[in-house]
Each structure stands twice: as structure tokens, then as C-alpha cells.
Design a protein around this ligand. Structure first.
Ligand code: C5P
Length: 220
């Protein structure tokens, strides 16, 4: 495992980490893990099975047995939950908020740990999330922490949601994103933090291509 390289890109929502991670993975021909999608799917599955999002025992048991399949189709991540395509459903801001509720539960995070580590396959892995560099892959040789101002992040989310055909309102988004960030930064288990050995980048005034170039330069 130790010899399989991993690039972790952590940061708050809308920092651009998902887009950059996918581009880098494609460029390098490495595997890609969108760890946020795992929490989003789990929250959807919990709702589907009628569990309260704070019911740690039920949600963590579900996490252990979660029937989810990820695949990349036409450069887009396709997510199947119990055989049903939930790729668009899990992208709404409500789904993100529900994800951050189940993600605050220690037993749930534990239940998903090995599943995430299993993505570490040759020739390498690019992964994005909140605790990729701190908890899931602490020995990763390449770690980035990507941030941007709350306003720019809300604008990016707005654009992304629009592209997926999901309607949103910027001021509502700013409130929802701040609420989610607050929960992610302040939870007691695996809070959103840059790893001590992560390189921090601020993408507020950088286009995705610039961030991509910088990350590529760091890898070199
Ligand atoms: O990255 P994304 O916005 O899809 O993540 C949705 C939510 O999942 C985050 O707000 C966070 O609460 C949770 N998450 C997490 N740890 C990760 C990835 C996502 O707690 N590694």
C-alpha cells in the first residue's frame, strides 16, 4: 500500500477540489475517489430506509453494508445506490447538508474507512474530501488543502448546480454552505483541517486551469 502514491485534496465545499481532483486523476491515469459522494449516498440511503440522520447505530450499520457502485462515464462520476442511479439526486445542497449530518458521527466515519482505503490501487489515487490527508491517507506523499472565499465558493456551487440542471439561489447557497462548513469545521471527529504537511492553496482568484497547473507543478 505504502508504495502506491496518493494525492489528497481536502477543503471546504466549492473550493474547486472535486473538479481539480478529477482533472488530475484523468491526466495521470490514476484512480479517483470522491469521498464526499460516499457520505452523500449514505445520507440518501438513510432517508430511503427511514432512519434519522443522527441515528448513529442504524446509519453506521447501513454504512458497513452500503450497496454503492462508482464508475466514471463520459468524464462524469456515476453513482448507483442499490442499483438505482442517484448521480444527480445526491448533488443538491440539501443532499450535501444531509451528508454533513451523517458525516459528523464517529461510528459512521469508522465504518467507511476501509472502503475508502480500498481505492488505493496502482498506478495511484487522487482523492478529495475533508479528512483525506489527516485521517484516511495520513501517509499520502502529496497533500493539498484548497480554500476560497465563501462568496466565490457559493458562486461556483451555483454554476455547478445549474450545469446539473439543479436550481439554486446564491444568497440561500451562502447560508447553506456556511452552515455546512461550520458543522464540518467544528465536529469532534475528523474535523475539516489542513494536514500539518499539506500545501495550502487559495483558489479565490484562480481559475481551475491555474489550480490544475499549480497542483501538477507540486506533483512534479
Ligand atoms: O465534498 P462534498 O461536498 O460532496 O461532501 C459532502 C459532505 O460530506 C461534507 O459537507 C462533509 O460533511 C462530508 N464529508 C466528510 N468527509 C469527507 C468528505 C465529505 O465529512 N472526506
Amino acid at each position: 500500500m505504502i508504495n502506491i502514491p496518493v494525492l489528497t485534496i481536502d477543503g471546504p465545499s466549492g473550493s474547486g477540489k472535486g473538479t481539480v481532483a478529477q482533472l488530475i486523476a484523468k491526466d495521470l491515469g490514476w484512480h479517483y475517489l470522491d469521498s464526499g459522494a460516499l457520505y452523500r449516498v449514505l445520507a440518501q440511503a438513510s432517508i430511503k430506509h427511514g432512519f434519522e440522520l443522527g441515528d448513529e447505530t442504524s446509519v453506521s450499520t447501513l454504512a458497513q453494508n452500503l450497496d454503492v457502485v462508482f464508475s466514471v462515464k463520459n468524464d462524469e462520476l456515476e453513482v448507483l445506490l442499490e442499483g438505482q442511479n442517484v448521480s444527480t439526486l445526491i448533488r443538491s445542497e440539501q443532499a450535501g447538508n444531509a451528508a454533513s449530518k451523517v458525516a459528523a458521527l464517529a461510528l459512521v466515519r469508522n465504518a467507511l474507512l476501509e472502503r475508502q482505503r480500498d481505492f488505493r490501487q496502482l498506478p495511484g489515487l487522487v482523492t478529495d474530501g475533508r479528512d483525506m490527508g489527516t485521517v484516511v491517507f495520513p501517509d499520502a506523499p502529496y497533500k493539498i488543502f484548497l480554500n476560497a472565499s465563501a462568496e466565490v465558493r457559493a458562486q461556483r456551487r451555483h454554476k455547478q448546480l445549474k450545469e446539473k440542471g439543479i436550481r439554486s439561489n446564491i444568497s440561500v447557497l451562502i447560508t447553506e454552505i456556511s452552515e455546512r462548513d461550520e458543522r464540518d469545521y467544528n465536529r469532534s471527529v475528523a474535523p475539516l483541517r489542513p494536514a500539518a504537511d499539506a500545501i495550502q492553496l487559495d483558489s479565490t482568484s484562480l481559475g481551475i486551469e491555474n489550480v490544475f497547473d499549480r497542483v501538477r507543478a507540486i506533483l512534479r
